[in-house]
Design a protein around this ligand. Structure first.
Ligand code: ADP
Length: 626
């Protein structure tokens, strides 16, 4: 049994303590200490000898607590273990101040037989902490430790770590030895960061605070590291409504934020690429319209065909030439427009180009909207990229002029050889006759004829040389004042000698001194007169006039011959031009008028024609003389 001194020491404490004897479920109070009596404001009267249930009953305890107390007392005796009741509300009968929370300590005391006939029951004033509710319930602590976000309770102004779950410890990179330590002791790196201040603010104001994606500098793995966190500080209040601790919930969102940042960077990059693309598209569109503009500005027909050879683009020139829109031309393809005589050859060349990938070149006639065919040189080359033939780009160049020039050149050569051969044949014939005949009187005639043919040959050769000189810009003009009337009369006389069937009449002839190259101007008059004779085979009269109009000398040569159609009149001054029907009927090279127009131009003069086919022509020229 307890000694007296020990007994005194055991009960002389500041917390209310009573000694109970155990007899079944009837727990009798053997002793109550001073603190107990003082708490119950009954310092003089001891409750010793009464049942515990006189002390704790429905009037001052909840029925749950009474059941709990009875069970715990019995268990403590049975288990022979000290047990606690952490949250026991009990109101001492005399105080009348409402229930107070107590922590009950139940210590069983064994006797010599090992049986516990006594229990020391101590009521300890409980600290005003809400979280003790959790501490009292291990299953709740278990739940807290499994919550997938970091969770802890910091209590008091120094923010002592009361409860912390595994997740939070991992997040902080600490272990549970920090439990019971103030915040800045176990996380000194927070000292200069905003979080201690925020906690203080929540603690004093009692107003919760939360933030998302805040950057926290934490020592992780021994090194300071930036961690992004979503966190909440929730004030926990005691029964008086005063904040005494803070529930901290935190979640590491670094990966999300980094992901977000990466997404944002990606989005920004995408936007930039999009902008670049839309700019490039704009540029492309601009380039395309510029290319279209250029293609349409080309005087040639431009087209493209796909790798299979099908026409898929033509420029505006094609449409204008054929009189169809782009879609119709593409729909028809070239075949519809190529001259039937040229089609087989061009198709063969095209299929050969498609097979070999080599340049396509051909000449064909294309049908214009006016119903006429015109010659074209068609060329196409393949566009090959990375060894793949993408398309054919082709042009058709109008070579009608070259073709007709070529034709005219061929005609000219045949005419020139004929023209040169004719007088030469005559000269040869007369020379043979001269050799055979010995009579002097007969020789004169042959020699004269021969001389005439030589003169004709000479003229032809001179004309040819003049044309060459004109082309090379090498004709020299010797400008001198001369008597124009005299020159006119002499030229008429010369031509009249060679044209016995015609009568050349000089109707008006103005007396004038002219500044110019006499020889060259005589050449013009001579050409007009010989043409008048030549192209009026049935006519007899040729009328020549020279008049003065203001400062211009106007000369005209009128014949009553075949005349000239209007369409030919404009072209007579072109090199080698001869009116179609006349080419074989009349000798000539088509050079006289070309040379004349050039001489007049160099004298600042010009000429023109009035004519009616079948009734004759009048050739005029004007020379400034002022
Ligand atoms: P050529 O007479 O040698 O052929 P020209 O240059 O002198 O060459 O004349 C060019 C063409 O003009 C002639 O081929 C002819 O068709 C036409 N021509 C010239 N003068 C006359 C005229 N007086 N009457 C009709 N046609 C003419």
């Amino acid at each position: 049994m307890l000694t007296d001194a020990l007994f005194q020491a055991l009960f002389n404490i500041s917390s209310p303590r009573i000694l109970l004897s155990v007899h079944g479920r009837d727990f009798k109070i053997i002793y109550d200490n001073e603190a107990f009596r003082s708490a119950s404001l009954n310092e003089t009267f001891s409750i010793a000898g009464r049942s515990i249930w006189d002390l704790f009953n429905a009037g001052n305890c909840s029925s749950d607590n009474l059941v709990l107390l009875e069970n715990t007392l019995i268990q403590s005796v049975e288990l022979k273990q000290t047990l606690f009741l952490y949250d026991f509300d009990y109101q001492f009968a005399a105080t009348g101040h409402g229930k107070t929370r107590w922590e009950l300590e139940i210590i069983p005391i064994e006797n010599e037989n090992g049986q516990p006939p006594y229990i020391i029951l101590t009521l300890k004033q409980k600290k005003k902490q809400k979280y003790t509710g959790i501490q009292q319930h291990p299953e709740l602590l278990n739940i807290v430790s499994h919550i997938p976000i970091g969770l802890c309770i910091l209590s008091g102004e120094t923010m002592v770590l009361e409860i912390v779950n595994e997740k939070m410890l991992n997040l902080w990179d600490r272990n549970d030895s920090i439990q019971g330590l103030p915040l800045l002791e176990f996380m000194p790196e927070l000292t200069d960061q905003v979080f201690p201040k925020l906690l203080q603010q929540v603690y004093t104001s009692g107003i919760a605070f939360s933030n998302r994606g805040a950057v926290v500098q934490l020592v992780v793995g021994g090194r300071l590291k930036s961690v992004y966190m979503d966190f909440s500080y929730i004030p926990l209040k005691n029964s008086d409504g005063v904040t005494d601790s803070i529930l901290v919930m935190a979640e590491d969102v670094t990966d999300n934020i980094m992901g977000l940042q990466r997404e944002q960077q990606l989005a920004e990059r995408l936007t930039a690429i999009n902008e670049e693309l839309s700019f490039s598209n704009l540029e492309l569109a601009e380039n395309e319209s510029r290319i279209r503009f250029l293609l349409n500005a080309l005087p040639q027909q431009v087209w493209t065909a796909d790798s299979a050879g099908l026409l898929d683009y033509v420029n505006q020139v094609v449409c204008d030439d054929f009189g169809f829109d782009v879609a119709t031309v593409i729909g028809h393809g070239w075949q519809k427009f190529v001259h039937p005589d040229d089609l087989a050859e061009s198709l063969e060349k095209w299929s050969n180009a498609l097979e070999t990938g080599c340049e396509y070149v051909t000449e064909f006639r294309l049908l214009f909207q006016d119903g006429n065919y015109r010659w074209f040189l068609s060329r196409a080359i393949p566009l090959i990229e990375n060894g793949k033939l993408l398309l054919w780009i082709g042009t058709n160049t109008n070579i009608e002029l070259q073709k007709s020039n070529e034709q005219r050149k061929d005609e000219f050569i045949s005419i020139a050889s004929h023209e040169l051969k004719t007088p030469l044949t005559s000269i040869k014939a007369f020379n043979q006759l001269i050799q055979r005949k010995n009579q002097e009187h007969a020789l004169d005639g042959f020699i004269l004829k021969s001389a005439q043919n030589i003169a004709r040959l000479e003229r032809l050769i001179k004309d040819l040389l003049d044309v060459t000189k004109i082309n090379a810009g090498k004709i020299n003009y010797e400008l001198e004042p001369f008597d124009f009337r005299k020159m006119l009369i002499e030229t008429i006389e010369n031509v009249q000698l060679t044209a016995p069937d015609h009568t050349i009449i000089l109707e008006n002839s103005v007396e004038i001194s002219c500044l110019g190259d006499r020889y060259r101007l005589e050449q013009v008059v001579h050409n007009f007169l010989t043409n008048a004779v030549k192209y009026s085979p049935d006519g007899q009269k040729i009328i020549v006039k020279s008049t003065l109009e203001e400062n211009d000398l106007i000369v005209s040569v009128q014949d009553f011959g075949i005349g000239i159609a209007e369409k030919d009149r404009k072209r007579l001054f072109e090199r080698y031009y001869r009116v179609g029907d006349n080419a074989m009927r009349f000798e000539g090279l088509g050079l006289g008028l070309f040379i004349s127009s050039e001489i007049l131009r160099r004298h600042q003069g010009n000429f023109w024609i009035e004519s009616e086919p079948g009734y004759g022509s009048t050739f005029f020229f004007r020379l400034p003389v002022g």
